[in-house]
Design a protein around this ligand. Structure first.
Ligand SMILES: [Zn+2]
Length: 185
């Protein structure tokens, strides 16, 4: 068997709603499929080769039946905000790999900006925080974006779960469409 394929991760969706439930190992995913408890939604393109056969490794699977899971509130975290925003500056749009002032930006150049600054009562909330490059964060300081003519390129939203936003944000692109980021009300 291919060890690379075995080490992969599989996104597990709930039945019928297709909401993401967890990120699981390939062996666990294959067990669920072989047991008839889950179906393959997307293939990874990798195969597990056995002597006689080859088994396509899934990337996304869904349970056959819907299970009731308690709604977990997404805990705010700096890492979660950066991953949610794909390390893209909400003000100028730069990303890791872009060149700024002759230097290639890395993930370490990105910070979490409080849109309503903490000094003015802004809180650590998904809808009040976004990824910002160091230059924009510094420029914004203790101001509101509209006070210094800075525009948000998107509206920060609350992800379903903090665990999944990080796991899925760092996973294959094929996973991203399954993460719904509803409005926070
Ligand atoms: Zn910026």
């Amino acid at each position: 068997m291919s060890s690379i394929a075995l080490k992969g991760r599989v996104l597990l969706l709930n039945g019928s709603s297709w909401e993401p439930l967890a990120v699981i190992s390939v062996p666990r995913a294959i067990n669920l499929i072989l047991a008839g408890k889950a179906v393959v939604i997307e293939q990874s393109g990798h195969f597990l080769k056995t002597i006689r056969d080859q088994f396509p490794v899934p990337s996304v699977i869904a349970l056959r039946t819907y299970i009731n899971v308690p709604r977990r509130q997404a805990h705010w975290s700096r890492k979660g905000v950066l991953v949610r925003d794909s390390y893209t500056c909400i003000y100028c749009g730069v990303q890791p790999g872009h060149i700024y002032k002759g230097r290639v930006l890395s993930k370490n150049d990105f910070t979490v900006d409080h849109i309503l600054p903490k000094s003015r009562g802004g809180r650590d909330q998904w809808t009040n925080t976004a990824c910002a490059c160091y230059a924009c964060n510094h420029k914004k300081g203790d101001k509101l974006p509209n006070e210094i003519a800075m525009k948000l390129r998107w509206e920060p939203k609350t992800p379903r779960t903090s665990y999944l936003v990080i796991a899925v944000g760092t996973g294959p692109d094929a996973w991203k469409r399954y993460i719904e980021i509803p409005h926070e009300n």
